[in-house]
Design a protein around this ligand. Structure first.
Ligand code: HEC
Ligand code: HEC
Ligand code: HEC
Ligand code: HEC
Ligand code: HEC
Ligand code: HEC
Length: 470
């Protein structure tokens, strides 16, 4: 019995092996590229005749076509299938035999540049799945880039201006969106930016393993990740604090731009720019800086935002009631030091990397519509604050928004050391008395909720002692 079993096993495995070897041999003898080259040959003869070309088209010998790019130390075999890529006779054929569109190959001769400098992909491969790196389970780090993002590769060698002047505006549009949408409010790039997200230098050449792919719906590669993440960050990274509100087109342009943030450099003789263009605008004015660094969270500065993801309020920093009560010294302190324990970054040069004069420019911008005249003073020095009574009032009136320990929620974080150390008691008292029009912070004074000035002095005394509580 046992012998019979082994005999059968031997026989079956023999048949399987034979079938496998035959199919491998067949594939070896008629690989994909052979088919395209044979087709190319036929089309060439047909098209040459039709166009009346006298000198008969010369098709290359059917074999793997290979380009060696010495300067880049790359070997590329893409033209094994993309056989007609430089041939005008193949203008109307289908990809892969079609002639390349545009002036791209005229400006970048194939024998010097190859294809992967612009398209990526695995140059050595001779079957399309491997060469393109898409459509199967092995996930390559650099599959060919979808044509909608291809302008990201041009910046390895060109500056944005040249590209824009030659009709390749998408990369420049992406860069502009990056500034206008306030990405640097949460991401450093070239040393400046917020710290809620990671620095984006080199993110375009991060390996695929860097990105959590679990929730990606499309092809699992960096391109899909970026696009789908811009569409909805929390779909891809649950609980993400990233902000996004982009049209489909904007998400494409941002993806193109982010992909251009690469860490490796092209060898000098391929580059027309000395290094990756430093698009950092160090001479930007206050408004441009506000857009770059603040707008993602503080929006137009006029509306206070109760942020669902942050689970706290992002204050309206251009609110007239706020501007009227606050002085520039305190504003500067808050912007420099941020608010530890909240999403508000410390913007000083040692942290988020803003220069002193940049912070001054932002302050001039924020305060440009400050109402004339000081607010009616409070004169808190005239009152002797009673912290115990203040605590009672705080529990009734303030806890629901500012938290039991002043940690914030709908209201701001009041126990923050920057507030505690630097906020003028006069500013705090005026804020409690007059509130902030258009936000959840009501006027608690006699004209509003009805607390007396003594009550307000008591509650401010209590608030100012919050940091010393556990
Ligand atoms: C084995 C044959 C083969 C090889 C090798 C090959 N390709 Fe292709 N390529 C094709 C075929 C077939 C198509 C059209 C169908 C498709 O998109 O898969 C194509 C399409 C393309 C497209 C158009 C994609 C689009 O979105 O329209 C690009 C770009 C491309 N190839 C680039 C490359 C590059 C770069 C290489 C070398 C790294 C390469 N190919 C190697 C067969 C090949
Ligand atoms: C200088 C950059 C650059 C180089 C080098 C380059 N391409 Fe392209 N390629 C592009 C751009 C940009 C497009 C998109 C054109 C468009 O959509 O207008 C493109 C489009 C394509 C397409 C889609 C069909 C078409 O012609 O629009 C194929 C296929 C393709 N390239 C293959 C190749 C192959 C194969 C090579 C190498 C022999 C190569 N490309 C070299 C930039 C380049
Ligand atoms: C690997 C580096 C490299 C990449 C990637 C690259 N280029 Fe170029 N490009 C060059 C160089 C070098 C030249 C000059 C060609 C020469 O004179 O040999 C050039 C020339 C050009 C020209 C001709 C105008 C001029 O100033 O001479 C245009 C337009 C152009 N490139 C656009 C593009 C676009 C669009 C892309 C992306 C799709 C791109 N390039 C990608 C290196 C590159
Ligand atoms: C409110 C803060 C915030 C803003 C504004 C913001 N991001 Fe993010 N971003 C994050 C956080 C937090 C993460 C990490 C969690 C995640 O992946 O979603 C992140 C992740 C990323 C990643 C993934 C890369 C990595 O290293 O984790 C990219 C790329 C990215 N952001 C690009 C952008 C771009 C481009 C913009 C502007 C259009 C932008 N972000 C605006 C907070 C922000
Ligand atoms: C990632 C989101 C985010 C970014 C970007 C951001 N802030 Fe803030 N900011 C906040 C939050 C949240 C608070 C409230 C913190 C709290 O609860 O104490 C805040 C508070 C402030 C305050 C205190 C206002 C008050 O009522 O006392 C000022 C001033 C301020 N931010 C200015 C700026 C400036 C200027 C920038 C740009 C350089 C900026 N912020 C960028 C989230 C942000
Ligand atoms: C309904 C919610 C709510 C209540 C109740 C509330 N606040 Fe506020 N408070 C806020 C909000 C929201 C802000 C930020 C205003 C903005 O969005 O611009 C704020 C701001 C403040 C500020 C300014 C802090 C700074 O750094 O600029 C102080 C001080 C303050 N509140 C104290 C109090 C005190 C004391 C009480 C109780 C008497 C109180 N608040 C009750 C919501 C509230």
């Amino acid at each position: 019995m046992r012998n019979r079993f082994y005999l059968w096993l031997l026989l079956i495995s023999g048949v399987v092996l034979l079938a496998y070897l035959t199919s491998a041999a067949y594939r070896e003898m008629s690989p994909e590229w052979k088919k395209y080259q044979a087709e190319y040959r036929e089309l060439l003869i047909k098209n040459a005749k039709a166009s009346g070309a006298k000198n008969r088209a010369m098709a290359p010998e059917i074999k793997v076509q290979q380009i060696y790019l010495g300067g880049l130390k790359r070997v590329e075999r893409c033209t094994s299938c993309h056989a007609g890529i430089e041939n005008p006779l193949m203008k109307n054929e289908k990809v892969p035999l079609r002639q390349h569109s545009g002036d791209y190959l005229k400006n970048h001769p194939v024998e010097k540049f190859g294809c992967t400098v612009c398209h990526y992909g695995q140059g050595r491969a001779t079957n399309s799945k491997e060469a393109h790196g898409v459509g199967h389970e092995t996930h390559w780090d650099y599959p060919i880039i979808p044509l909608s993002y291809i302008q990201s590769s041009c910046v390895q060698c060109h500056d944005l201006e040249t590209l824009q002047n030659n009709g390749s505006e998408e990369i420049a549009q992406g860069e502009m969106l990056f500034r206008e949408k306030g990405c640097k409010g949460c991401h450093k790039l070239n040393g400046a930016g917020g710290v809620l997200g990671k620095a984006l230098d080199g993110v375009g050449s991060q390996p695929i393993a860097y990105f959590p792919m679990a929730f990606i719906r499309g092809e699992r590669n960096v391109y899909s990740w970026l696009k789908e993440h811009f569409d909805d960050p929390r779909n891809i990274v649950p609980g993400s604090e990233m902000k996004s509100d982009f049209t489909d087109r904007e998400a494409d342009l941002l993806t193109t731009y982010v992909l251009s943030l690469r860490s490796e450099e092209m060898p000098g003789k391929y580059r027309l720019v000395r290094r990756f263009p430093d698009i950092e605008i160090r001479s930007a004015g206050g408004e441009a800086l506000y857009r770059m660094y603040c707008i993602a969270c503080h929006t137009n500065g006029k509306d206070s935002v109760n942020d669902e993801v942050f689970k706290r309020t992002i204050p309206a920093i251009m609110n007239p009631a706020f501007l009227k009560a606050v002085d520039n010294r305190y504003l500067k302190k808050v912007i420099e030091e941020g608010r530890a324990g909240t999403q508000m970054t410390a913007w000083k040069s040692a942290a988020a990397g803003l220069a002193d004069r940049e912070i001054d420019k932002v302050i001039s911008y924020i305060t440009r519509e400050r109402p004339h005249g000081k607010p009616e003073t409070f004169g808190i020095a005239r009152y002797k604050g009673d912290a115990a009574h203040g605590e009672e009032l705080y529990k009734i009136r303030c806890v629901s928004c500012h938290g039991a320990q002043g940690e914030g929620g709908v209201g701001l974080n009041l126990r923050n050391p920057v507030v505690q150390k630097n906020a003028d008691p006069e500013f705090l008292a005026i804020t409690v008395r007059d509130g902030r029009t258009g936000t959840h912070m009501a006027a608690f004074g006699e004209k509003g909720v009805g607390l007396s000035n003594q009550d307000i002095a008591d509650v401010v005394t209590f608030v100012r002692a919050l940091a010393s509580r556990k």
